[in-house]
Design a protein around this ligand. Structure first.
Ligand code: GRF
Length: 219
């Protein structure tokens, strides 16, 4: 089976990276994590890559004079590794429209809210503040407006009256770890494609379950 060469871009602890690495170890998983790129030399997630024997690259934004130079370096490491798909997983740099367009429909992101609600930062505190009863996470194709783009998979969790931003974040993170590998598989197999800026699932190997997860969902 041909596995899609995938890079994961991180800036921090890399728990979503760990979930993707674990999924990619399963026989039959359609993507290979061929490269992990961090813009921070001290990102904890680099340890997950090393533990899995996956190549890493540091492209430190602080060592490049401006975004074009940083993104050119990023593009160079992706091309050198013959990367076909990019997963953003806690990658904390805003990417230019030119870079996003270059990877159009080949770059996906996980965001800790049910988009289009709560784009941006501090999503859990804002969900509690807004009083929503249901919160969650989204994996979507990346577009140049931050936290927008065709939605691939979402997962929902309840918001409990006892929740703090931290307890809610932990519940959502567990869902992120379930939906990100699923979304990557859908994209890598070509089952998820973009038509008129919406994701269409062609062959649905897991039926409707493929596109949404209600916490805690089936094991
Ligand atoms: C996750 O909550 C993700 O949704 C957001 O940043 C966080 C990254 O966490 N974009 P980790 O580095 O994957 O543990």
């Amino acid at each position: 089976m041909r596995r899609t060469r995938t890079a994961v871009l991180i800036s921090g602890r890399g728990s979503n990276l760990a979930a993707l690495l674990a999924a990619a170890r399963e026989p039959g998983y359609p993507a290979e994590i061929a490269l992990v790129v961090s813009n921070r030399p001290d990102a904890g997630g680099l340890g997950h890559a090393a533990g899995a024997g996956v190549a890493t690259a540091i492209v430190d934004h602080r060592s490049h004079a401006g975004k074009p130079a940083f993104e050119a370096a990023l593009q160079a490491v992706l091309e050198a590794a013959r990367i076909e798909l990019v997963c953003l997983a806690g990658f904390m740099r805003l990417l230019s429209e030119a870079f996003v367009e270059r990877w159009r429909d080949r770059m996906i992101n996980v965001h800790p809210s049910l988009l289009p609600s709560f784009r941006g930062l501090d999503t859990h505190a804002r969900a509690i503040e807004a009083g929503v009863r249901i919160h969650g996470a989204t994996v979507h194709f990346v577009r140049s407006d931050v936290d927008t783009g065709p939605i691939i998979v979402q997962g929902a969790v309840p918001v409990l009256s006892s929740d703090t931003a931290d307890s809610l974040a932990a519940r959502v993170l567990a869902v992120e770890h379930r939906i990100y590998p699923r979304a990557l598989a859908l994209v890598a197999t070509g089952a998820a494609t973009v038509v008129a800026e919406k994701v269409v699932l062609g062959a649905e190997p897991e039926g409707a379950e493929a596109r949404c997860l209600i916490w805690p969902g089936p094991a």
